[in-house]
Design a protein around this ligand. Structure first.
Ligand SMILES: [Zn+2]
Length: 255
């Protein structure tokens, strides 16, 4: 029996059909599918970034997803947090999102945590993770998440959106020579602008969350990640790229 036939046997007929369109993609194929099916992905924050990110990752067949958020679904969330429906109002976001993912793809085991992703929670769950998506909406959480990913040497897919602007980067902390979030943004938590004050357009945050899913799939499939911060300007629908380097004096990851 050929190697590829052998490998196809690890997927049943329903799975071959479910994933057929992504299996056809040369850069992904069966190896990528296998990697997804055994991957564990943590998603911190279950709002506008996580809505598309989690839907795409569950749809693609990620084996296990851990969702963590202590917030509840509000009416003012629905214009951008597309995983939620009107009848989810008042429910814990992590629970409502987990239910949607469960309905989408029974291949994905989804665990919802109605909790804050603090250092204790992250230290408990990060050792099992293949990759973490930071879909939170504040600097304080981003710094805690980054420090934990440095401690546990895990790749961090970071996304953010406010008004008409988005930011996207992968910090591959499996290699201690790579930069962390604090190397690029510093350690501060100042200047935090919540969506509740500054506003955000749904498709801007949706585009960034969607691309977080793409980058996570690439990390899981073993693709090398460039140290590039991508800045999205929704007014002109254009991107700018800034290369970054490790800061040897970084208080979080430096010597
Ligand atoms: Zn650093």
């Amino acid at each position: 029996m050929s190697d590829s036939t052998d490998r196809q046997r690890t997927l049943d007929d329903q799975q071959l059909l479910r994933y057929s369109r992504q299996l056809l993609v040369e850069e992904f194929d069966l190896d990528g599918q296998q990697a997804l099916s055994t991957a564990t992905v943590i998603i911190v924050g279950c709002g506008g970034l996580a809505s598309p990110a989690a839907l795409y990752l569950a749809g693609a067949g990620v084996g296990r997803l851990l969702l963590v958020d202590d917030d509840r679904v509000e009416l003012s969330n629905l214009h951008r947090q597309i995983a939620f429906h009107g009848d989810d109002l008042g429910e814990a976001k992590a629970v409502a999102l987990a239910r949607r993912l469960g309905a989408l793809n029974p291949d994905s085991r989804v665990d919802a945590f109605v909790a804050r992703a603090d250092a204790d929670w992250l230290d408990r769950h990060l050792p099992d993770a293949t990759v973490l998506l930071d879909c939170s909406d504040n600097f304080a959480t981003r710094q805690i998440v980054n420090a934990a990913c440095v401690r546990h040497a895990k790749p961090l897919v970071s996304g953010a959106a406010i008004r008409m602007d988005g930011q996207l980067a992968v910090f591959d902390l499996r290699d201690p020579g790579n930069a962390c979030y604090a190397c690029v943004y510093g350690e501060g938590t100042d200047g935090d602008l919540a969506c509740s004050e500054a506003g955000v357009l749904g498709p801007v945050v949706g585009a960034i969350g969607t691309l977080q899913a793409l980058l996570a799939i690439q990390v899981i499939a073993g693709q090398e990640m460039a140290p590039v911060l991508r800045l999205f300007d929704g007014r002109t629908v254009s991107w700018r790229e800034i290369r970054f380097r490790k800061d040897s004096r970084c208080a979080v990851c430096g010597g």
